[in-house]
Design a binder for this molecule. Sequence first.
Ligand code: CP
Ligand code: NVA
Length: 322
Amino acid sequence: MMAVMATIRKLETLSVRDLLADQDLTRDDLKLIFDLSERVKAAPSEFSQALRGKQLAMIFEKPSLRTRTTFEVGMTSLGGFAVYLDHTKPRLGEREAIKDIARNLERWVHGIVARTFAHESVLELAANASIPVINALTDLFHPCQALADFFTLHEKFGSLKGLKLAFVGDGNNVSHSLMIMGAKLGVSIRVATPPGYEPKSEVLEAARAFATETGATVEALHDPVRAVAGAQAVYADVWTSMGQEYAAHMRSQVFAPYRVTKDLMAAADSAAVFMHCLPAHRGQEVTDEVIDSTQSVVYDQAENRLHAQKALMILLMQDEHA
Ligand code: CP
Ligand code: NVA
């Protein structure tokens, strides 16, 4: 046990203190996280004291099943403790300044996980806290999801470089994270959206810049059939993200041609997997037939949230001088 932890301390350090956006992580960081995720998944008991005595604050402005459970269970299984802070009402910054929240929390806990509407809120927490801050989804990015997703693809295909992933639906936070992290890992990404719902142009440009270093390509298009051609992974997410509920009815009409069906899966690589970050709106962005098929890896992705985030927390929160 001591030897295992000593090895982690000596060899494994991320280049960043926080995980706020996918571009923060270098390729070496990603390799470190995936290698440790694999070890944590294979032998969880070896890490049962990795964060002994550490406390984590989890701030949520939006609902969650997977993220909350995996961070809380993950922290407990590493020997630490997590406290849930419901910020659905009031939202962050309404009762007191985000700066003051950060400066209070750093006196009591060793890390902050935050799910917010505005991406700037997690940036502000990090700028004012001396402890690591982890983005647990903002309107702009969902890096913890992308970590679990690429770890899952690595498990399924052995190697990531050269894979093709097609994201079909809304150019949202999950698509942004997949584009940036995928480009860094050498995975080519096509995002097919209805006109007007493309990924943000600055995210597209950033992803393309990373892709030039790895030989991957990043494309935004409107034709779902063209997007999935030759893809080893077809990825769907909800058409209406948290905070956009006012537009759900209109979106359900605009996005109808972007449903992932058996026919669309048949247009992808014959070995293609179906991916979804969940929660899924069955019958909307994906049919029951596809999400319940043998091609579907959605529950593997969900399970891997736990392992990948445990690895991330160890790397960000372990003692430097223990
Ligand atoms: N995929 C995901 O982040 O799920 P939750 O919203 O349930 O946390
Ligand atoms: N795009 C979705 C992801 C949920 C995990 C949302 O932001 O609601």
